[in-house]
Write a protein that binds this ligand. Structure first.
Ligand code: LCV
Length: 258
């Protein structure tokens, strides 16, 4: 498996992403995360930790760019494997803690920011990259970014696509804790143990309550169709093809704005 899981102390489920050098979010890796989350859904598990292998330099390089379609199809739809993982995390009855070591890129930022609590090693960074790749971020993903707050910081991250230190992200409230690498595992486990001692019924109800309340943004069909049309302008563009081609050819893209 690319995302095997284990159970620590009888109640803490740990999913470890271990897929190649950079944990690119391929369908294979994301499907494995779904399977692990399903296995950890029921008692005795009370908390889940999502992590990369110990000592990782890259937590995840984001979407597997090689799997993005270049045939005019929407690259990030409802059934995209990342969307399926995000729904699993949202509907998981337990708190899901992201434990971050290394750099987090593109779609992996959404994966992490969509977890319930985030603990990061102090030298970790986050870069949200659609503008560098010419990719139309998906609607739900954009809403999820807005929901975590820090809108000015998020806009800067989206508009520059540059890595930002977790220390700055924590200062802005996007990350819960930043700790030295050597203490990351102990710190995260202790946090998980504290959560595991509380009422699992109350935690699951609170989590679902907050999910429903945070999603109370009705969109009328016309607005939704307009957003889809805006995104389509991007995935039908020269810049989308150029962004992916440049990534695969390991060169800087030449964007034309159309
Ligand atoms: C496929 C990869 C990837 C990768 N996919 O090692 O959110 S959106 O809209 O942006 C969305 C579409 C998305 O998430 O896009 C992906 C965003 N990710 C990035 O922009 C990060 C791209 N990767 C990098 O900048 C570097 O690879 C990092 C800094 C992560 C690691 O650098 P390092 O020097 O340690 P390499 O670059 O040599 O990468 C190792 C292998 O992994 C492939 C990369 O092409 C290389 O393949 P080869 O060994 O075949 O040369 N790789 C890296 N990221 N996202 N493949």
């Amino acid at each position: 498996m690319k995302a095997p899981h284990s159970i620590v102390d009888g109640v803490i489920g740990v999913i470890t992403m271990n897929h190649g050098k950079v944990n690119a979010l391929s369908k294979v890796l994301l499907d494995d995360i779904v399977l692990s989350l399903e296995s950890l859904h029921s008692p005795p598990v009370r908390v889940v930790i999502l992590r990369a292998a110990q000592g990782a330099k890259v937590f995840s390089a984001g979407h597997d760019v090689r799997e993005l379609p270049t045939n005019g199809r929407d690259p990030l739809t409802y059934n995209d494997p990342l969307r399926q993982v995000m729904r699993k995390i949202e509907h998981c009855p337990h708190p899901v803690i992201a434990m971050i070591e290394g750099s987090v890129w593109g779609g992996a930022c959404e994966l992490v920011l969509g977890c319930d609590v985030i603990v990061a090693a102090e030298d970790s960074t986050f870069a949200i990259t659609p503008a560098k790749l010419g990719v139309p971020y998906d609607i739900h993903g954009t809403l999820n970014l807005i929901k975590v707050g820090g809108i000015h910081l998020l806009k800067e991250m989206l508009f520059t696509a540059e890595p930002v230190s977790v220390i700055r992200l924590a200062d802005c409230g996007l990350i819960n804790h930043v700790v030295p690498r050597a203490k990351l595992e102990d710190f995260t486990m202790n946090l998980a143990r504290q959560m595991a001692q509380t009422s699992p019924l109350v935690l699951s109800v609170l989590k679902e309550e907050m999910r429903v309340l945070a999603n109370a943004h009705p969109l009328n069909p016309e607005t939704y169709e307009r957003l889809q049309a805006l995104r389509r302008e991007v995935y039908d563009s020269h810049d989308y093809q150029e962004g992916i081609r440049a990534f695969l050819e390991k060169r800087a893209p030449t964007f034309l704005g159309n």
